[in-house]
Design a protein around this ligand. Structure first.
Ligand code: KIV
Ligand code: ZN
Length: 545
């Protein structure tokens, strides 16, 4: 039976996390998974269990916390399917099976490359060997899990006759979802749609399986290719929030969902997603991955509903549909309102956060409220944008191994000097002063002289959250540690040292130098959090051996 809607398979936590710098901590992954569940996605690809014990543990935690009963506010009764990727190798499949086991609906997604270039140069396997592997490994995955998805990697460049054979082998071995990845983003919409139509016509047994697509955006066509596939019978689309993912990314979740929603007249099929949550999910993913959303990004960009030209504004005032094909509220991008001020109480503050999709309580609420009060002393009107910056700065940060206590900077045409006081992992406070080429450089040098996590600053951006001289400044940084011992290539862990790992951090404050210090410390703390998880894993592996 084919589903009556297009299944949304979200791979933000797997393919999305493969974007350089998008490394998330386990608690951030859990937060994203909960939000995806509230959004109503059908499948959450929570990671690649064999990549590291930490990845396996993160998937398992998500399977337990989100995959058993879903989460409050999920628009559909069943919890999402929790999926782990696995190469067509027994040890990968064993780990994927262990990771998804706690979920009510668990799925193993196994893949092997099928294109001639991959068979010849990467796998060094013949067609017959690849087919044998598919049959064996899909059957092996089925021995653990009823729900098995198979992907012929680089399907976009695979010969059609061989693709039919590969898919047939997977169906015969028990795969119920067949995913067609355009791994390198090579195809164009008409061609990709035709491939899907040909698969439907030529693969025996395909009518009993769900056809899925997984498109990369190297030519900027991932969404267009996915939609073309839907028109030709695909009933699952693999997407990532904000379109993040390997290289140019994956098809963007919000764009696919809204295209199917707005042009339902054409597609006659929709999704189960609650579109009013899209902006919220997009912001959360941007915060925890450090991947900034371009202002003109469709659906969730800051300018997506901004009308600048006078003629457009005039039209909008007369009738919204003159220049608007969807309402901002439909994607949860309501007008920013002046909401709270100095005299607002804790209750009103908590209520507004809940309305914005951040239901905070207890300790987190106390901390966020204390920050809000401080901000309200400096800034008269606090908008939703301020609240979101503040709450994400407070709540979506890695464990604070190092905490900023005080910062003093003197700058001008002389020698910019910074003095920082930090509390370290041992609870002791330490102070250091350094001279730099500018105030931020001086601050970063002073921090480094205490934390000793040498890294190169790859990117530094500062933006104001709202207008006005008293606006909060938000700083994002991306850094690459010098002594990162094993940056893993997630899909090919054997190429452990193939690329430098990038870590991000963000900080918000009315003083941009303080925001800069906080962002840098957040990146340092992220490096330390990931290292600690890795050390725990090696210790556990050592004591198990
Ligand atoms: O792009 C790709 O081919 C993938 C597969 C593992 C599905 O991410
Ligand atoms: Zn991919």
């Amino acid at each position: 039976m084919q589903p009556d809607h297009v299944r949304i398979f979200d791979t933000t936590l797997r393919d999305g996390e493969q974007s350089p710098g998008a490394t998330m901590t386990s608690s951030e992954k859990l937060e994203v998974a909960k939000t995806l569940s509230r959004l109503g996605v059908d499948v959450i690809e929570a990671g690649f269990a064999a990549a590291s014990p930490d990845d396996l543990r993160a998937i398992k935690t998500i399977a337990e916390a989100v995959g058993v009963t879903g989460v409050e506010g999920r628009p559909v009764p069943e919890p999402p399917t929790i999926c782990s990727l696995a190469r067509a190798h027994k040890p990968d499949i064993d780990q994927a099976a262990e990771a998804v086991a706690p979920a009510k609906h668990g799925r193993i997604h196994t893949f092997i490359a099928t294109s001639p270039i991959h068979r010849e140069h990467k796998l060094r396997m013949s067609r017959a060997e690849v087919l044998k592997k598919i049959g064996e490994m899909v059957a092996y995955a089925r021995s653990f899990c009823e729900d098995v998805e198979f992907s012929p990697e680089d399907a976009g460049r695979t010969e059609m006759d061989f693709m039919y054979e590969a898919l047939q082998a997977a169906i015969e071995a028990g795969a119920s979802t067949l995913n067609i990845p355009d791994t390198v983003g090579y195809t164009i919409p008409g061609e990709f749609g035709e491939r899907i139509a040909m698969i439907r016509e030529n693969v025996p047994g395909i009518e009993n399986a769900v056809i899925s697509v997984h498109c990369h955006n190297d030519l900027g066509l991932a969404v267009a290719n996915s939609l073309s596939a839907v028109q030709n019978g695909a009933r699952q689309v693999e997407v990532a929030v904000n379109g993040i993912g390997e290289r140019a990314g994956n098809a963007s979740l919000e764009e696919v969902v809204m295209a199917l929603h707005v042009r339902n007249d054409l597609y006659n099929i929709g999704t189960q997603v609650d579109t009013t949550q899209l902006t919220r999910v997009s912001r959360l993913v941007s915060k925890v991955t450090g991947m900034v959303i371009q202002p003109n990004k469709a659906i969730v960009g800051a300018n997506a509903f901004a009308h600048e030209a006078g003629i457009h504004q005039d039209g909008m005032l007369k009738h919204e549909e003159t220049y608007e094909i969807m309402r901002p509220e439909t994607v949860g991008a309501g007008q920013t309102q002046l909401v709270l001020g100095k005299h607002s109480g804790r209750h009103a503050f908590a209520n507004r956060l809940t309305e914005l999709g951040y239901p905070v309580s207890g300790d987190s609420l106390d901390k966020a409220f204390a920050r809000f009060k401080k901000l309200a002393d400096k800034k008269k009107h606090i908008t939703d944008a301020d609240l979101l910056a503040l709450v994400s700065d407070e709540l979506y940060q890695p464990t604070e191994y190092w905490k900023l206590e005080k910062l003093q900077v003197s700058c001008g045409t002389g020698m910019p000097t910074a003095t920082v006081k930090l509390t370290g992992p041992d609870g002791q406070t330490q102070t250091a002063a350094e001279v730099g080429t500018g105030p931020v450089d001086a601050v970063y040098k002073a921090i480094q002289s205490l934390v000793h996590v040498p890294c190169t600053l790859l990117e530094y951006t500062v933006q104001s959250v709202t207008e006005g001289i008293d606006a909060l400044g938000e700083v994002s940084v991306r850094v690459s540690p010098h002594d990162d011992d094993a940056p893993p290539d997630k899909l090919n862990p054997q190429y452990e040292h193939s690329r430098a790992r990038v870590f991000h951090g963000h900080g918000a404050h009315t003083d941009v130098i303080v925001a800069s210090a906080k962002a840098y410390l957040a990146a340092v703390n992220r490096i330390l959090a990931i290292r600690e998880a890795k050390q725990k894993d090696s210790k556990a592996a050592g004591s198990a051996a």
